[in-house]
Design a protein around this ligand. Structure first.
Ligand SMILES: [Zn+2]
Length: 97
């Protein structure tokens, strides 16, 4: 990832973190980062977010759409065309390491 883009995501992740604190919503630095990344990376489809936790952290794993928010285990079988355009869970998880 290029440093300029990384800096943008870091800045946005910090804003999300602050908004989250203000609203008293529990979460993690990782969740904030992924949310910021989803907003900033334009080639990554913006999705409706997780029906359970509301975070835009949906990814495709095998034939399922899963939520990557730590602590949320929402999962559904991928059926729609849009589902298959989601980022792959393994690719997203590579960024966590
Ligand atoms: Zn969720």
């Amino acid at each position: 990832m290029n440093p300029e883009l990384k800096q943008k995501i870091e800045k946005r992740a910090y804003e999300i973190y602050q908004e989250r604190l203000k609203k008293g919503i529990s979460g993690s630095a990782l969740g904030d980062w992924l949310c910021a990344e989803a907003e900033i990376l334009k080639d990554r489809r913006m999705n409706d977010g997780c029906p359970r936790c509301g975070r835009k952290l949906l990814a495709l794993q095998d034939k399922y759409v899963i939520c990557l928010n730590p602590g949320c285990d929402w999962k559904i079988e991928a059926k729609r065309m849009e589902d298959f355009k989601l980022p792959k869970a393994v690719e997203v998880k590579k960024l966590w390491e």
